[in-house]
Structures are given as structure tokens and as C-alpha cells.
Design a binder for this molecule. Structure first.
Ligand code: FES
Ligand code: FES
Length: 190
């Protein structure tokens, strides 16, 4: 089947998609967007986190067909060309990147957290990132990065500080950021 949707603001199409194919597979293998990582393919690690119609989801748990007609924002869509998003800058400045495999998911998760809660407490940061696993950093640098991004006070009622119309609210029930949050395989900072 053909799947058509807007990805990072651009209309995109993928052909010959199998009914059981995930959005993550289509992004990475069919559309040349390898930023979202495939680590577990089971909703356990958060490395594939993207926005689907402004809702924070694990792309490995979304069927590609479910994205038909939707707007998808991946980690590639947070940056503007060579200009990093403030959250991405904060991860670099805080030294929160080692092998980098978890980093795209953590950056999207942090973006989602700050869009909902511009001044999170440490427990709120840990809760928001609990579904994103990192094998390298021990999480302290990740927490530093989130505190750094939040401390810059860039998020306002008008939404994303990049001013590029990125998702500014999510947390629908059944999604990772929502009241009925999905799988939480780890606890950041523990
Ligand atoms: S690859 Fe999707 S949650 Fe791990
Ligand atoms: S930096 Fe290597 S898994 Fe997080």
C-alpha cells in the first residue's frame, strides 16, 4: 500500500508498505530519516520517539498505515538545517551524548516535557524520561541537559522556542506523555 503523510513539514510518500510495517521502519528504511533509532522495536527504550499529530509516540509501536494523512515530526525536524534546536544545543553543551544511540529519543522526550512543563522539577524530569533508556551516560548529564534547556526559560505560552510551529502540547491518553503513559522500562537517574 502507499502511505502519504507530512514529515517535518514536507509531504512524503512511501510505496509498497506492508500492512504490518511500523512507522519507524518507513521513516528509517523507506524515507531516509535515520534519526529515530531502532533499538528494541517493542516500545521499551524510547529511542524511536517522534510526534504523530503533535502526540509523543514510539514510532516502533505505530503502524505505518496509522500515519496516513498525519503530520509526523522526527528529531531531524527539530533542527533547522545546521541550526540546532535549543534542546539539542543543551545536550551538546551538557555533554549528555556518548554513543548517541539514545540521544534522538531523549531530545524528543525533553522537547515534549518542556512543551508541557517549561520548569520541571527533578522528579518530573525523571518521570518524563523514564521511558528512555541510555546505556552510556548514567543519566546525570542528561538531567543536566534538561535543567540547562529549562533554565534558559525559552518556552512560553506561545509554544516552541524555535518559532517554527513545532508541537507545543501533547500528552493524549494512551501515549507515553499522557496520563495513561505507556511502557516504562527504566527510571532515569536510577
Ligand atoms: S525502538 Fe521503539 S521503543 Fe525501542
Ligand atoms: S549515549 Fe549511548 S545509549 Fe545513551
Amino acid at each position: 500500500m502507499r502511505v502519504s503523510c507530512a514529515i517535518n513539514g514536507e509531504p512524503r510518500h512511501a510505496d509498497d508498505v506492508w500492512e504490518g510495517e511500523s512507522l519507524l521502519y518507513v521513516l528509517r528504511e523507506r524515507l531516509g530519516l535515520p534519526g529515530s533509532k531502532n533499538a528494541c522495536e517493542q516500545g521499551e527504550c524510547g529511542s524511536c520517539s517522534v510526534y504523530l499529530d503533535g502526540v509523543f509516540v514510539c514510532a516502533c509501536l505505530v503502524l505505518a498505515g496509522q500515519a496516513e494523512g498525519s503530520e509526523v515530526v522526527t528529531v531531524e525536524g527539530l533542527a533547522a538545517g545546521d541550526d540546532l534546536h535549543p534542546v539539542q544545543e543543551a545536550f551538546v553543551e551538557a555533554g549528555a551524548v556518548q554513543c548517541g544511540f539514545c540521544t534522538p529519543g531523549l531530545i524528543v522526550a525533553t522537547h515534549d516535557l518542556l512543551a508541557r512543563n517549561p520548569s520541571p522539577t527533578d522528579p518530573e524530569i525523571r518521570e518524563a524520561l523514564a521511558g528512555n533508556l541510555c546505556r552510556c551516560t548514567g543519566y546525570e548529564k542528561v538531567l543536566d541537559a534538561v535543567r540547562l534547556a529549562a533554565g534558559r526559560g525559552l518556552w512560553t505560552a506561545t509554544g516552541d522556542p524555535s518559532g517554527r510551529g513545532l508541537p507545543s502540547r501533547s500528552g493524549a491518553p494512551g501515549t507515553r506523555g499522557g496520563d495513561d503513559a505507556g511502557p516504562r522500562a527504566g527510571e532515569a537517574g536510577t
